[in-house]
Design a protein around this ligand. Structure first.
Ligand code: SF4
Length: 241
C-alpha cells in the first residue's frame, strides 16, 4: 500500500528571512509592516482546493461566501459529497463566486479527478511527485497555473510559488522582472531566489496579495505602501538582480 504523507497545517507561522537580496528585503519590509498573513483562509486542505477553484476571476469575498455555503451544507468533508449533488443544487450553492455554472462544472471536474487519481484525498495528491501532480492538474478543464499552484502549495504542501496578477504587477513596477513575462518565468524568478521553505513561499505570496489589494491596484497608491522605498521613480518594468 502507498504510504500517504501527512499534510502540513493549512496555516503555517510566517518565517524570518535574513537574506540580503532584494527579494529578501522586500519580504522583510512587507512582513514587518503588515504582520503574518496566516494564509490560506481555510480550515482544511480540501477547503483550500475548493476555494482555489472558486476564486478564479472573482474577488476572494465571493469565493469565500460560496465556500461557506458548501461548508454549512456539510459538503466539504469528502469530494464525493459535492460530485454527487444535483448540478442545479451545486450551482445555487456556489453562485456567490460568480460564473457559477462554469465554476460548478469545474469544481466537479477537479473533485472527480481527485477521487480517481488521488483516492479522494489531498494527502493522495501530495503523494504524487510535484511535476506529475502539476501536469495532471493543468490538463483539467478550467485549471490554470495559478489555481494549480494554489492547490499544490497551500493545499498539498508542495514547494511551488504561486504567481497572480498582483505578483506580476508589483514585480513589474519594481523592476524585479518584466511584468509581461510568462507565468513560468515569474515562478522561476521566485523559486530560484527563495530558500526552499514552504512557509516562506506561502507567506511571501500572501504578503504580495495583501499589498496588491491594499495599495497596488491599476493605479498604484505608493504613498504609505510598505514597499514604497523600493520603488525607483519612473520605473515600470525591466530587470534587477
Ligand atoms: S503601490 Fe507603489 S510602492 Fe506599493 S507595491 Fe505598488 S508600485 Fe510598489
Amino acid at each position: 500500500m502507498t504510504r500517504r504523507p501527512s499534510l502540513p497545517p493549512v496555516r503555517l507561522p510566517a518565517p524570518a528571512w535574513s537574506g540580503s537580496t532584494r527579494a529578501a528585503r522586500v519580504y522583510r519590509a512587507a512582513l514587518s509592516r503588515l504582520g503574518p498573513s496566516r494564509w490560506w483562509p481555510a480550515e482544511t486542505p480540501l477547503e483550500v482546493c475548493v476555494g482555489a477553484v472558486l476564486a478564479q476571476n472573482t474577488s476572494w469575498r465571493g469565493a469565500s461566501l460560496a465556500v461557506e455555503n458548501l461548508k454549512k451544507a456539510g459538503l466539504l468533508d469528502r469530494p464525493g459529497a459535492i460530485t454527487s449533488l444535483p448540478p442545479r443544487k451545486l450551482e445555487e450553492l456556489v453562485r456567490p463566486s460568480g460564473y457559477f455554472r462554469q465554476k460548478a462544472r469545474r469544481l466537479v471536474i477537479f473533485l472527480d479527478w481527485l477521487e480517481k487519481a488521488c483516492g479522494g484525498t489531498v494527502e493522495g495528491l501530495a503523494a504524487l511527485p510535484l511535476e506529475e501532480a502539476r501536469a495532471s492538474l493543468l490538463e483539467l478543464k478550467g485549471i490554470g497555473p495559478e489555481t494549480a499552484d494554489s492547490i499544490l502549495c497551500y493545499g498539498a504542501g508542495k514547494l511551488v510559488f504561486v504567481v497572480d496578477a498582483y505578483t506580476r504587477r508589483i514585480g513589474g513596477r519594481h523592476g524585479l522582472f518584466g511584468g509581461d513575462l510568462p507565468y513560468e518565468e515569474i515562478r522561476s524568478w521566485f523559486e530560484s531566489r527563495l530558500p526552499p521553505d514552504l512557509a516562506l513561499y506561502r507567506e511571501y505570496h500572501a504578503l504580495l496579495v495583501r499589498i496588491g489589494a491594499g495599495w497596488c491596484g491599476t493605479r498604484p497608491a505608493c504613498e504609505g505602501c510598505p514597499l514604497a522605498r523600493f520603488r525607483k521613480p519612473g520605473l515600470s518594468g525591466g530587470n534587477s538582480p
